[in-house]
Design a protein around this ligand. Structure first.
Ligand code: GLA
Length: 377
């Protein structure tokens, strides 16, 4: 856990609240290798956690009934009465306060004494970059509060509780992928997470797999209507096909989409059906260590996100194009909710550091791209 070391976080907490933390919890960010915009349709996704973490130090406060939160990065502090309803908004604190509100609703007994809570947060998961910074804060907060108040939850229960917090208090109708992988995936392994059965299967990382993540510099907020629209379109498309979800449509081998279907619904359906098929093929490719095929599937996924679902942006498209033309790159695509955020580049572990530098060097001056992660396995 390199950043910041526990000692720094603990002393910041003690300085801020005048009491030492009783525990420090962590939760990582994630990169989704493939399976984008299908978690809310019950699809299987294929993420991996990254070596970037949100950290929470927590203690009981002498001021009962009040939650006090301090963010080290933002140098902001706030207080919130535990019994006061949390106002939904997209301020960073809504992830923390919303998660605590959900925990209180889930296990009121644990909060019966209306304890006061002090929380100090810090995170090196870039915000709004499609790497699950919010899920990392939610899961680290939930782990801290559960640990402090003696609440027991399974990782899936915890993930679903954090997802509800995001829906209700941050206004993002996300699927379960981010919270599930952040709460469940072991470091370094890939998690094939089935968002319908809520079961995860750990896959070994293929030998020699290198990942580079490039930040487009473009920020998005998923509480904007575009993400809502894609999710709604997938639901309406499934209904138009007479199915409960696009996962069911996929399993029914639905291949004929009515010409009368509105273009947005058709785009959502074609993307979901093709992405689910790419995930199945990717799992097989990973199992046989076939990075070349996995790379081709990533390239196809980007085309579908760009042209069919239309969730990309010009900066991401240009970075992907530059990467895809580069020797040693096996595949590249936009990751996360879209409309900005990060681009994933698949390469071999030996070549990952040089390729990351070459991509940045080849970047036109009007794109403010930077390397977020070089994961050589
Ligand atoms: C965001 C959401 C996820 C998922 C992805 C797209 O990260 O939080 O639930 O829908 O977008 O795959």
């Amino acid at each position: 856990m390199p950043y910041p070391d526990d000692h720094l976080l603990r002393s910041a907490h003690t300085r801020m609240f005048g009491v030492e933390p009783e525990l420090v919890t962590h939760a990582p960010g994630r990169v989704n290798i493939i399976g984008e915009h299908i978690d809310y349709s019950g699809g299987i996704v294929l993420p991996i956690v990254i070596d970037r973490y949100a950290h929470v130090a927590i203690s009981m406060s002498e001021q009962p009934g009040v939650i006090r939160v301090h963010s080290i990065e933002l140098q902001e502090s706030l207080e919130h009465p535990i019994a006061k309803p949390v106002e939904p908004n997209n301020h960073w604190s809504s992830y923390v306060l919303g998660t605590i509100a959900e925990l209180r609703e889930h296990t009121p007994d644990a909060f019966a004494q209306t304890p006061g809570l002090n929380l100090t947060l810090c995170s090196d998961v870039p915000i709004g970059a499609g790497l699950s910074s919010s899920a990392a804060i939610e899961v680290a907060t939930a782990r801290g509060v559960c640990g402090l108040l003696g609440m027991k939850m399974t990782p899936v229960e915890l993930a679903k509780l954090c997802q509800r917090a995001e829906h209700r208090y941050a206004g993002v109708p996300c699927g379960l992928m981010d919270q599930a992988v952040v709460a469940m995936a072991p470091p370094g392994a890939l998690l094939a997470f089935d968002c319908r059965s809520e079961q995860g299967r750990v896959l070994n990382r293929p030998h020699g797999m290198g990942l580079v993540v490039i930040d487009t510099g473009i920020r998005h907020t998923l509480s904007d209507s575009a993400y809502h629209d894609r999710r709604a379109a997938a639901q309406q498309a499934a209904a138009a096909l007479g199915q409960g979800s696009m996962r069911e449509a996929y399993e029914m081998r639905t291949s004929t989409l009515s010409a009368a279907m509105p273009p947005a619904l058709k785009g959502a359906a074609v993307h979901a059906l093709s992405e689910m098929c790419r995930v199945d093929k990717s799992i097989k490719a990973i199992q046989r260590g076939d990075l070349a095929t996995l790379g081709d599937l990533l390239n196809e996924s980007h085309r579908s996100l760009r042209d069919t679902l239309q969730v990309s942006c010009s900066q991401a498209d240009r970075i992907v194009e530059i990467a895809q033309r580069m020797r040693g790159v096996l595949g590249s695509r936009l990751i996360g909710g879209g409309f900005g955020g990060c681009v994933l580049v698949l390469t071999t572990s030996d070549e990952a550091p040089a390729i990351a530098t070459d991509i940045i060097r080849a970047m036109p001056g009007d794109i403010d791209a930077s390397i977020v992660l070089i994961d050589a396995g």
